[in-house]
Design a protein around this ligand. Structure first.
Ligand code: PEP
Ligand code: MN
Length: 242
């Protein structure tokens, strides 16, 4: 991953049409990677768990259709063969300390987005990155996605300071995920701009073509139109801090 990358797409891949439609829209707005989860780790057993294998086929088709590279979360290394067409593997916050998974990802020749656990310190995030690095895979992108605090008006609390702090502690790229950090679509733009101003090497943003009906993380999803406005502002901030 080089320079500045914007990863956009739905929380979950819900159908082939959905992912292709979103892929086209986010590409037009300037996204460089398409995201979409296939296997979801959910708090509640009754919640949508992802389309699984089929979702990765739909994601690969959206990639063929648009030329966008793809990102998808992996939590079970036994399924690695299904991720052949996925360009960047994401370790979700729940898996940040799944050291067996991290060791296996250390042997893989693909970039890994390592999300900070909601209750993990910056030092613990870097300690987890060591597990991947020790296997020989140095292509790791750290992701600040909000931490759990006493504040409950937002889903998590975006730790903007973690971005410059991590830059002072490591040479790894650091991206920010304002979607999971806030859990609120109305706060995604402001937090995106703040994180870019703070030096983030990229953003990961949930975009959905029909947010109220998204099967997961509906409240934080922004529309392709909102994403397009956000991108214009992000580029201005990038220009301002050059
Ligand atoms: C996601 O990216 O959809 C996700 C579940 O993120 P996190 O692991 O940060 O909650
Ligand atoms: Mn999500």
């Amino acid at each position: 991953m080089e320079n500045f990358q914007v990863i956009a797409g739905p929380c979950s891949v819900e159908s082939e049409n959905q992912i292709i439609e979103i892929a086209k829209a986010v590409k037009k707005a300037g996204a460089t990677y398409l995201r979409g989860s296939a296997f979801k780790l959910r708090t509640h057993a009754g919640d949508f768990q992802g389309l699984g294998k089929e979702a990765l086929i739909f994601l690969a088709n959206a990639k063929k259709e648009t030329g966008l590279k793809t990102v998808s979360e992996i939590s079970d290394i036994r399924l690695i063969d299904l991720y052949e067409d996925v360009d960047v593997l994401q370790v979700g916050e729940r898996s940040m300390q799944n050291t067996d998974l991290l060791k296996e990802l250390g042997k893989i020749n693909k970039p890994i987005i390592l999300k900070r656990g909601r209750s993990a310190t910056v030092e613990e995030l870097l300690a987890s990155a060591e597990y991947i690095l020790n296997g020989g895979n140095t292509n790791i992108i750290l992701c600040e996605r909000g931490i759990r605090t006493f504040e409950n008006a937002t889903r998590n609390t975006m730790d903007v300071s973690a971005i410059p702090l991590l830059h002072s502690m490591t040479n790894l790229n650091v991206i920010a995920d304002p979607s999971h950090a806030t859990g609120r679509s109305d706060l995604v733009e402001a937090m995106s701009l703040a994180c870019v101003a703070a030096g983030a090497n990229g953003l990961l943003i949930e975009v959905h073509n029909d947010p109220p009906h998204a099967l997961s993380d509906a409240k934080q999803a922004i529309t392709p139109e909102e994403f397009s406005v956000l991108m214009t502002k992000v580029l201005k901030i990038r220009e301002a801090i050059k």
